[in-house]
Design a protein around this ligand. Structure first.
Ligand code: RIB
Ligand code: CA
Length: 317
């Protein structure tokens, strides 16, 4: 039986790869997308989500625009990482579809509370929509099957400040609400995503297939690779979000520890920093499973194979 997924996302280059992986994976059914400010404005990421779905001939999947600002912090978009459009150098035609009228946070509530099937939430952007949904309808905490979160850095350095990862830095207060909600969470931090670098040779393998999908991936990741080279001296690019999505149906890619994890909401240099209480100083029960070990080639092979299949099914022939 396929797993029903709802995806809260800020597409974003690696988010777009997660959407494509979801569409290319028969183990899951993507029931809908809620969009969130982050890599680009909510209006822009909503347009991008619609355009990516239509690129993959999945324009029937509903998209719901969510919050436009963090709960407390000022807006922090990332054009230097994802480009002004949020999709790097990729140029997608204006989507024919429009977002649904319901707010993204209300979509999360409605889908979790109403579903006959249990639903898995995958959150790969700042957690503002998820936090709002918890505050509006606290019962989602018990009802949701599981929550996969891309975010945080446990033993790894930050990618936005020396200590903080982007999603938890952009809205640390939302992350704090979610981390302390009691939801059944699985966290995919930079500790594992930075071991899974999408390389030029991986892209060259995909480009053997002439398809709008491979052209999109090339144009989007070329920008993302230039960012990683210039800012972090990394050869390739870190595809955090598709890796998080992959764990919903292939958990064996990673090794996990059940830990008490918190996020710093003080106003100092540590804002947005996430940390695990490995020695249980606080005597608190673990609040999530954290992926801390990874088999990088297992993930990358899965990702490339699924992109090849999707590209072939939509080849330019
Ligand atoms: O820190 C990486 C995360 O922040 C990814 O989800 C990326 O898309 C950005 O949202
Ligand atoms: Ca993201």
């Amino acid at each position: 039986m396929p797993k029903h997924i709802i995806l809260d996302t800020d597409p974003g280059i690696d988010d777009s790869l997660a959407i494509l992986l979801a569409l290319a994976s028969p183990e899951i059914v993507l029931d809908g997308i809620s969009t969130i400010h982050g890599n680009a404005s909510t209006a822009q990421v909503t347009r991008n989500a619609l355009a990516i779905l239509e690129l993959a001939k999945a324009g029937n999947i509903p998209v719901y625009a969510g919050c436009e600002l963090p709960l407390v912090q000022p807006s922090l978009l990332s054009p230097e990482t994802h480009g002004d459009s949020g999709l790097g150098y990729a140029k997608l035609s204006e989507p024919l579809g429009r977002p649904q009228l319901k707010h993204g946070s209300d979509f999360l509530i409605e889908r979790i509370m109403s579903s006959a099937e249990e639903v898995t939430l995958v959150a790969i952007g700042p957690l503002t929509n998820v936090a709002m949904a918890i505050r509006k309808e606290p019962r989602i905490v018990e009802k949701v099957k599981e929550v996969f979160i891309m975010g945080g850095a446990i033993r790894h350095q930050g990618n936005t400040t020396p200590l903080a990862e982007y999603n938890t830095f952009v809205d640390p207060h939302a992350a704090h609400i979610v981390f302390h909600s009691g939801m059944p969470m699985i966290l995919t931090p930079l500790d594992v995503t930075y071991q899974c670098i999408f390389l030029k040779e991986d892209l060259d393998r995909l480009l053997k297939i002439d398809s709008p999908i491979t052209k999109f991936i090339a144009d989007a990741t070329r920008f993302y690779m230039e960012f990683h080279d210039e800012y972090q001296k990394i050869d390739g690019c870190v595809i955090n979000d598709p890796m998080t999505l992959a764990l919903t149906f292939m958990p064996e890619i990673c090794d996990y520890e059940s830990l008490y994890v918190d996020v710093d909401i003080s106003t100092g240099v540590g804002l947005g920093n996430t940390f695990a209480d490995f020695y249980n100083y606080e005597k608190k029960k673990p609040n999530m499973k954290v992926a801390l070990g990874v088999r990088p080639r297992m993930f990358m092979e899965l990702f490339l194979e699924r992109m090849e299949k999707l590209a072939e099914s939509l080849s330019a022939r």
